[in-house]
Ligand binder design. Structure first.
Ligand code: FAD
Length: 508
């Protein structure tokens, strides 16, 4: 396992291909530091014996101890540990831990490259295993580039006016492929070692050029990162706090006719149209693993908000009132329900033929959708209990001004047991958490990250047998005489793979 310093030194050696506005910068740019501070936790806690049971795993490829953020889940315990690790690490950074996307996409690739090799005789899984060893040995950080620009939402990739609205292969050479397109809204990219590109949707036969997956170093020739960094306000008066040293970066990744060597290609419908249907399957599988990660991070986010709501209620002197208890219980209840859905999906997981463990889809999607739908209500509770001050707080300098500082502190007083400085820290923390640029981003991320709620509905309903569901009321209303024992009639991960194979068989 590597350390944060190893990782940071690697980043410093990367070629500058990050654009912030019209500036081209390298990875030492201070505006990227907040995001790196988050990744810091993922390295430090793996070397911390109090967290090692969660943050360290054993590689199924080498038998070596590895950072769990580089692990391919082998069993339900792995899924449970990944989920809990995500939850406890997110507490420490007050939100998204940012290292899950990469490993979620690699878990998806481990399932789908194997399926593709078995059916079509490709060598993707062989390449994938080699890549995975390299990834684990170097303790790499990856970002997952799934979301295409998508152009006209109602048109398929090949129907778009501009054929580059989805990432596509424009040439297959003997030693690799050339790709063109742009992935948008991609988290952590300027401080990731690697980019993992996977398709964003199902592809029909005419979309074969768009059925592509690969991995590349973040500073590869032709890759341009148009980055929007966000960070919290820094204190000028020594009131720094761990939670305010953090940040985020969202990126347009432009692939400007980029060559990808064969050993890093994991799907290519351009050279072999039979591979095209695997694009959709891969898109779904990444979304699935990523939504399972959400059942770890979103409960943490609810708890961060609940913790803040409870603290500000105490500072405002309203802690013991009944409406505060109701509102806190709602936040805690959502956190527990979403986490429970993720745990249950791990208990109902199945091992794919590749040996990778896949969580149950309906439970994962139900948990993720609840989390997404609740996010704005959760922020509302904090805003409600904090009052308006979190949005109207005078600037820090006023509280330290020789002339008006004492007066500013005097008029901050609320609960007499709480020092005004702590009230200031709390309100400033809430300002950052719910009113800032980054706060807005976290809310939209909570709704759309991992797929908009509608996408979770589609995934759930695709797996749910509604006809069997109707049997209950048919029996109760006397329309049918018997009711067979009813148990969640789901398509389990293995059945899902089998179903998919049958569909492919029929298409041949
Ligand atoms: C902060 C943040 C971080 C993110 N990080 C990543 C990341 O690391 N990697 C990554 O790959 N992606 C990432 N995403 C992207 C995220 O997965 C997408 O935002 C999400 O899948 C929705 O896609 P979209 O933004 O293109 O919205 P759209 O798909 O345009 O959705 C907008 C609305 O249109 C509806 N809609 C879309 N298509 C149709 C249709 N055909 N018919 C009817 N309705 C339709 C949707 O349901 C939704 O209501 C991130 C997003 C955010 C906000």
């Amino acid at each position: 396992m590597k350390t944060f310093e190893d990782y940071y030194n690697r980043l410093l050696k990367m070629k500058p291909n990050v654009y912030i506005g019209d500036e081209k910068v390298d990875r030492s740019d201070p505006r990227l530091r907040g995001g790196m501070n988050i990744i810091h936790q993922t390295f430090d806690r793996a070397h911390d014996e109090k967290f090692a049971d969660l943050c360290v795993a054993t590689s199924h490829l080498t038998g070596e101890k590895i950072n769990r953020f580089t692990h391919i889940h082998q069993n339900k315990e792995d899924l449970l540990k990944k989920q809990l690790m995500t939850r406890v690490l997110c507490h420490r950074v007050g939100g998204c831990i940012q290292r899950c996307m990469g490993i979620d996409s690699l878990n998806a690739l481990s399932v789908i490259t194997y399926e593709c090799d078995q059916a079509l005789g490709t060598k993707y899984y062989v390449n994938f295993k080699k890549y995975m060893k390299y990834f684990q040995e170097n303790d790499l950080v990856a970002s997952c580039a799934q979301t295409d620009t998508k152009g006209d939402r109602l048109k398929r990739p090949h129907q778009q006016e501009d054929p580059d609205q989805y990432l596509r292969v424009i040439e297959t050479k003997e030693d690799g492929i050339v790709v063109r397109g742009c992935k948008i809204s991609i988290t952590n990219t300027p401080y990731a070692d690697e980019l993992i590109a996977v398709p964003t949707r199902f592809m029909g036969p005419e979309d074969k050029d768009y059925a592509v997956a690969f991995a590349l170093p973040g500073d590869w020739d032709g890759v341009k990162l148009l980055t929007r960094p966000a960070w919290f306000q820094k204190s000028k008066h020594g009131l720094d706090a761990p939670g305010l040293l953090l940040g985020d970066a969202e990126t347009f990744i432009i692939f400007d006719d980029v060559f990808v060597p064969n050993e890093r290609v994991f799907l290519n419908g351009h050279s072999d149209p039979r591979q095209t249907p695997y694009a959709g399957f891969l898109a779904l599988m990444f979304a699935h693993y990523h939504r399972h990660s959400y059942t770890g991070c979103k409960p943490a986010m609810s708890e961060v908000l609940a913790s803040t709501a409870a603290l500000v209620a105490e500072y405002n002197g309203i802690e013991k009132t009944s409406h505060v208890r109701d509102k806190l219980s709602h936040l805690i209840g959502t956190a527990e329900l979403v986490f429970a859905a993720g745990e249950a999906s791990a208990y109902h997981s199945e091992i794919a033929p590749s040996g990778t463990c896949i969580p149950d889809e309906i439970l994962t999607n139900a948990g993720r959708r609840l989390a997404g739908e609740e996010i704005y209500n959760e922020y509302k509770v904090v805003a409600d209990l904090a009052g308006g001050l979190c949005a109207t707080l005078p600037l820090e300098g006023s509280f330290f001004s020789e002339e008006v500082g004492e007066l500013a502190m005097k008029y901050l007083k609320r609960n007499p047991k709480v020092k005004p400085e702590n009230i200031y820290r709390c309100m400033r923390g809430i300002e950052n958490m719910i009113v800032s640029d980054l706060a807005g981003l976290m809310q939209v991320a909570g709704l759309h990250g991992g797929g908009s709620p509608q996408m979770e509905t589609i995934a759930m309903m695709g797996r749910y047998d509604v006809e069997k569901l109707k049997d209950i009321s048919k029996y109760l209303f006397g329309i049918r005489k018997t009711l067979p024992r009813y148990e969640r009639p789901t398509v389990t991960p293995r059945k899902m793979l089998e179903k998919f194979r049958k569909v492919l068989e029929m298409k041949k």
